[in-house]
Design a protein around this ligand. Sequence first.
Ligand code: BDP
Length: 697
Amino acid sequence: MKLFNRRSPLWACAALALSTPAFANDGYHLWLGEPRGEAASATVELAGDSPTLQIAADELRRNLPTLDRPVMLARASDPALAGLPIDTRALGTEGYRVQSATIGGKAVTLVTGATDTAILYGAFALLRHLNSGGDPAKIELASAPETKLRILNHWDNLDGVVERGYSGQSLWDWWVLPDFKDPRYADYARANASLGINGTVLNNVNAKSDSLTAPYIAKAAALADVFRPYGIKVYLSARFSAPIELGGLKTADPRDPAVAAWWKAKADEIYRAIPDFGGFLVKANSEGQPGPRDYGASHGDGANMLAAAVKPHGGIVMWRAFVYADTDPDDRAKQAYTEFKPLDGTFADNVLVQVKNGAIDFQPREPFHPLFGAMPKTPLIAEFQITKEYLGFATHLAYLGPMFEEVLDAQTGVRRGETVASVVTGKADRHTLSGMAGVANIGRDRDWSGGTFNQANWYVFGRLAWDPTLSSEEIAREWAAQTYGNDPVIIDTVVKMMMRSREAVVDYTGPLGLAHLFASGHHYGPGPWVSDLGRPEWNPVYYHRADKNGIGFDRTRTGSNAVAQYAPSIAKRYADPKTTPPEELLWFHHLPWDYKMPGGNTLWEELVRRYDRGVAEVAAMRAQWATLKPKIDAERWTKTDVFLGVQQREALWWRDASLAYWMSLNGLKLPAGSAAPQHSLEHYKQVRFAYPPGNPQ
Ligand code: BDP
């Protein structure tokens, strides 16, 4: 038990009296904070009973500060609520309402909703309100999720390695499941429920068929049992060739009745073990994965065959649009659209097409994927990467909220006011299915995500999946308050660091729309010179196309014409370098080094300025963090401080290596005031790492 709870007023005195706060915090409790223990004394009453309501009540009893009235948890249909002026109709099945009410002559804070899960969400909303500075005297909270599916995608392999995972081994201890259910599973579910996340795909999209065998179904069922009372459904990534590998069939052709029958029987088997199984996620014909194209069938044929198998049980299929083929010489950024757009209208009604935020692959910045807005007859689920494969793993501080927001707020140009968010919520085209998926950054590290600031990315994903129109800055504020305490100095400093952090990573890794300049395989550190990988589009040189004369990928009519995949108004803007935002310039245009940028710099000068700005920004973040030392527990403060030191060193490495390489091509000098790279280009080219995390061998 801690000496003082971080939210108690005593905490502030302690912080003043001691140079370092006297308690430890290893980050395990995430934004939910250390349990209040004996300090919590709220009275919580329950109308009705269920495991979910019990969880909601326990949560409040453990963590809610004393209020001037008891909290009552009651379903909207409870007779005690009849006649009260409380409108719950707009809340749907998952929305909640928390407000003062007089029930049976007694003043209470009522937490209500149509279902027990909605009440659980309401309980967490109440905690969030109070723990992020909300007025206890003014409790009036109501919200319903804007999307139906709010799902984490775990890229967890069955051997415990997490592909692109930087927070230790997989949380799922498959070996001892289903017998031993690690208590962490419930804590994981609790954290997700606090955000409204209602689904989890347990295994990697690069799936093994073993996860569909009886022993693994039993293991998944054990996890589903733990997650169920938290409103979380389990999904599995399905390997398309499983009928061959497990069923002994000669083919996995989706048009073959024996294949369809195999999947149907498999789905029936899964549903016997997991009656509320969510469905399948599929990566097909992408990066070596099997799929319907192996048989000349379409993605639609594949998705619909699986959809038919889960349909009688109410399941869905999330079919990924992340495809690019070695046989297709076209610009990689165009391939998903080329393949999927013509399939619009052919998918079964329980299929969603899962589209990454950008057309290439989770780069620090990508323009929104042109499929958003282009498939009105198909519900699209947006896929974001919470784990930071291309943003410095768990070590570099990059708050992804502004990046998610930038994509969600992007106008598709298809109809007036249509944004990616309105496509994703299904509102644009009146779909009942809708959703957001996030590639999880969760592992067995004590702090779950490999560092406190990475927890913010899990948090912001969940909050935006609930409501994609929320502000990432507001979310940063509420996260900071709950995570570090309600001290305005802490909140302001932390939020300031967070809000600039992603742009800093863009600046030092690939400013002005450059992308995919990463070292091979693990994607850690710079490798803009790499040109020897098997497929052209795996090589950074494919993306930047720099030479003596210029830099950038021409995606206009004179080049790949990827711009034409956007709606006309957006395509027009991107077709001209003058109207393309500088942040996306070299994504769409190949320009001479002396191209004049707005503001008067040449392209080269502006590029260098941005690399320098990124490095300076990290130094500034570190200095800001230093000022918080007396206010934050030593354990969490130190880890972030050390990580910022690493980031500072590596931002400089990125900048120096990149500039050394660009200068070797363009022969230009650095602008006055910009320091020469510390080492030669050869030095940077030789940097190697043994066993970087997240890169299955
Ligand atoms: C890329 C990752 C790779 C994933 C792939 C995917 O490098 O590990 O398997 O995306 O999304 O970002 O399928």
